[in-house]
Design a protein around this ligand. Structure first.
Ligand SMILES: [Zn+2]
Ligand SMILES: [Zn+2]
Ligand SMILES: [Zn+2]
Length: 154
């Protein structure tokens, strides 16, 4: 039997993390954010919901979530790393990324996801057998130049 709480409660339990009010709020913010959000915006939203949440808590929680692959960090070394929740089981919004290395634009795409499922499932089952590894999710990023940047450079 799975818990009645949100899906991340199970994941927290798996990793032996306590479900604290501040972690709960940070997960809520990530969960309800559609765009790729930076830490200070997460902080502003979380802090508004609970003034006890400081920026350090936000960073520490993000680091913890990132280590286990629950959060993807987009870091282009400009001090404005952005974050996105991943591995939300059954998420309708599962997507991949096209990342422009020039303007740092991140394009979410969902086209071809159906084509991918078959391939990913086969690859995952082979990998998990070979490495005896329990795969919980994946992320796919393509790096390059967006249309505007390619045009500007032409
Ligand atoms: Zn995928
Ligand atoms: Zn660009
Ligand atoms: Zn995304």
């Amino acid at each position: 039997m799975r818990g009645r709480g949100p899906w991340w409660h199970d994941r927290f339990q798996e990793y032996g993390w306590r479900i604290t009010p501040s972690r709960e709020i940070i997960m809520d913010v990530l969960h309800n954010t559609k765009e790729h959000i930076n830490a200070s915006d997460i902080y502003i939203k979380a802090h508004a919901m609970n003034p006890a949440i400081g920026l350090t808590t936000v960073y520490r929680t993000l680091e913890m979530l990132e280590k286990t692959g629950m959060v993807q960090k987009f870091d282009f070394g400009d001090g404005m790393a952005r974050y996105e929740l991943i591995n939300n089981p059954g998420a309708k919004d599962h997507h991949h990324h096209l990342i422009c290395m020039n303007c740092k634009r991140i394009i979410d795409y969902t086209e071809f996801i159906d084509d991918e499922i078959d391939f990913i499932e086969k690859t995952q089952s082979k990998l998990s057998k070979k490495y005896n590894f329990k795969i919980a999710g994946h992320m796919i990023n393509f790096y390059g130049l967006c249309e505007q940047c390619s045009k500007a450079m032409a």
